[in-house]
Design a protein around this ligand. Structure first.
Ligand code: SAM
Length: 246
């Protein structure tokens, strides 16, 4: 019997990891890492010496076959990404799908397959949920767009954001945050309340809230704050300030 764990790890502050995640990382036979060097910083903080193996977006079929063999041998594997929850804008979903298919996991809703493999999630942080939790708007319903495409389809997505009554959330990098705010202003005008969550759980964490123009001005006037990692939340209703909860 082998278990394939999907483990959430910190998105910045290395203390943001559950006791269960630490125990499973310690007890697993092998940790599959997006980048072994990044994960080793976390492991060394908690004196975890479990062997690591890389698994990332470019991993070839031979790596997947090696992972199948390890599971067939009864090895317990733990999948982590560089930060946050694997498979959420990170590698892993294809591997989880391949493991489900290869080991016929849970065709009737059971997590354990007839071939003796279970897939068990160990929940942890994700920038998406953490940003939403402190956004200060009603987020009962939202649409997550992950990273927006750089070229083809980008404008269409901004049109969708402008038309949507739902809260829309996307991930953005340092290089594109200003462009994204410019496009938001172009497509949505100034009728939406947005929140940009930057460097969550890290030293320079900030949540910038306001109209698109106000948030854009904050970043253009403080170019040093255009660094780091960003989650952009676009309020769903076409109103601002006190009525944003409607
Ligand atoms: N799997 C991760 C998760 O569960 O949040 C997301 C990984 S994705 C490759 C990286 C993107 O997530 C960044 O470009 C940024 O948009 C967002 N992100 C990750 N950590 C963040 C943080 N500490 N603060 C703000 N955004 C973050």
């Amino acid at each position: 019997m082998a278990t394939f764990y999907i483990i959430g790890t910190p998105i910045g502050n290395l203390e943001d990891i559950t006791l269960r995640a630490l125990r499973v990382l310690k007890e697993a036979d092998i940790i599959l890492c997006e980048d072994t060097r990044v994960t080793k910083r976390l492991l060394s903080k908690y004196n975890i010496n479990t062997p690591t193996l890389s698994y990332h977006a470019q991993s070839k079929l031979s790596k997947v076959e090696k992972i199948f063999t390890l599971l067939e041998e009864g090895k317990n594997l733990a999948l982590v990404s560089d930060a946050g929850t694997p498979c959420i804008s990170d590698p892993g979903s294809l591997l989880v799908a391949q493991v489900c298919e290869h080991f016929k996991v849970g065709p009737l809703g059971s997590p354990r397959s007839d071939l003796g493999v279970s897939i068990i999630p160990i929940p942890g942080p994700s920038a998406l949920v953490t940003a939403l939790s402190s956004a200060g708007i009603s987020v009962a319903e939202f649409t997550f767009l992950g990273f927006l495409p750089h070229k083809k389809g980008r404008e269409t997505l901004f049109e969708e954001i402008a038309e949507s009554k739902r809260v829309m959330v996307f991930y953005e990098s340092t290089h594109r945050i200003l462009k994204a705010l410019e496009s938001l202003e172009k497509f949505c005008g100034n009728t939406r309340h947005i929140i940009v969550a930057r460097e969550i759980t890290k030293i320079y964490e900030e949540f910038v809230r306001g109209t698109i123009a106000e948030v854009r001005a904050h970043f253009t006037q403080n170019p040093d704050r255009m660094r780091g990692e960003f989650v952009v939340i676009v309020g769903g209703s076409k109103i601002v300030n006190s009525k944003i909860f409607e």
